[in-house]
Design a protein around this ligand. Structure first.
Ligand SMILES: Nc1ncnc2c1ncn2[C@@H]1O[C@H](COP(=O)(O)OP(=O)(O)O)[C@@H](O)[C@H]1O
Ligand SMILES: [Mg+2]
Length: 315
């Protein structure tokens, strides 16, 4: 559905995006996650055909965004960082106007406008002037204009930016509802956003993709290790000796907790050693009171990936 290959955009000195490649399949909802200045908006503007790339290609449903931009714009809906709303127009007049611009057949305009207003919860505000709407409702209008021509692909640039927590929740639910019918890319610098809404996340930093996976896998695999916490009755040295010979274990720490041993075992990420550890503890004759695993949160992974210090730049 979306194919981006070796996309680079340079503004004079330095690249805003460097050699970015990724694919999005039909019906997928992918999050573009990165700190401010990472290159999210630049990438989205290139994919939507609003900005020419310096090199590389992007295709939407097989159409090249630079060479077949008309075909692309029919198939794409775009919510820019600041949507071009017309404050003096009413909600439905504005959406009809956009539908017409985007080439919706005259006979379908009322239907499509109603669909967009219904999907975004705007029907009861259809006659209000846009300038009278709250920020959250304006954002709904922005999303409505992105879907009014029934595009295959919807691109949302920081759709919850500047909204209050209730409005954020509404927009999130709205995106989830849309995901059944459209392929969606959304960008955000807020981690929770992708954890809540996206099936896949592409992490971008300084114009480059630094990771790409499901939110679950990213927090599991990219994190250096997993931790298992145990509560055991037994002698510290004996417990450490028993567990320590299990393959894949990096470290064992133990401290006293109300007469029991509070043991933290670190092992390589992606290897689930819980049953082995439990079996070893029990067969060695210790009592096991508690066992739980944790992996580093996606937040920790995100911070690791986007704040790595560049040693060569510092020297
Ligand atoms: N028109 C422009 N001219 C020069 N540099 C730009 C322009 N637009 C963006 N940039 C630079 O490109 C980089 C990526 O910006 P942007 O794509 O807006 O990032 P994001 O959306 O992730 O915050 C930033 O360093 C930004 O300063
Ligand atoms: Mg941006």
């Amino acid at each position: 559905m979306i194919e981006v290959e070796h996309l680079t955009k340079s503004y004079g000195r330095g690249n805003a995006v460097s050699d970015i490649s990724f694919k999005v399949n039909k019906g997928e909802i992918v999050g573009f996650l990165g700190p401010n200045g990472a290159g999210k908006t630049t990438t989205m503007r290139i994919i939507t055909g609003y900005l020419p790339a310096t090199s590389g290609t992007a295709r939407i449903s097989g159409f090249d965004v630079a060479e077949q931009s008309l075909e692309v714009r029919k198939r794409i809906g775009y919510l820019p960082e600041t949507p071009p709303l017309y404050p003096e127009m009413s909600v439905h007049a504005y959406l009809e106007f956009i539908a017409r611009i985007k080439g919706v057949a005259t006979a379908d305009i009322t239907n499509r406008t109603n669909y967009a207003m219904e999907a975004t919860g705007l029907l009861e505000r259809k006659d209000d002037l846009i300038k009278r709407l709250s920020r959250g409702y304006k954002q709904r209008v922005g999303i409505a204009q992105a879907i009014v021509h029934d595009p295959d692909v919807v691109i949302l640039d920081e759709p919850t930016n500047g909204l209050d927590p209730n409005q954020i929740l509404e927009v999130r639910n709205l995106i989830n509802r849309l995901s059944g019918e459209h392929t969606i890319i959304l960008s955000t610098h807020i981690l929770k956003e992708v954890e809540e809404t996206c099936q896949r996340v592409v992490i971008i930093n300084k114009g480059r993709i630094v990771a790409e996976d499901t939110p679950q896998n990213l927090s599991k695999q990219r994190a250096g290790s997993e931790r298992t916490h145990l509560l055991i009755r037994g002698d510290e040295a004996a417990v450490k000796a028993a567990i320590g010979t299990i393959e894949g274990i990096h470290s064992i720490e133990a401290k006293d907790k109300e007469g029991l041993l509070d043991v933290t075992v670190e092992n390589q990420a992606g290897t689930d050693l819980r049953s082995q550890i439990a079996a070893r503890v029990v067969t060695s004759g210790f009592e096991l009171f508690e066992l739980r695993s944790e992996s580093l949160s996606l937040e920790e992974v995100f911070r690791q990936l986007t704040t790595e210090e560049k040693t060569e730049a510092a020297s």
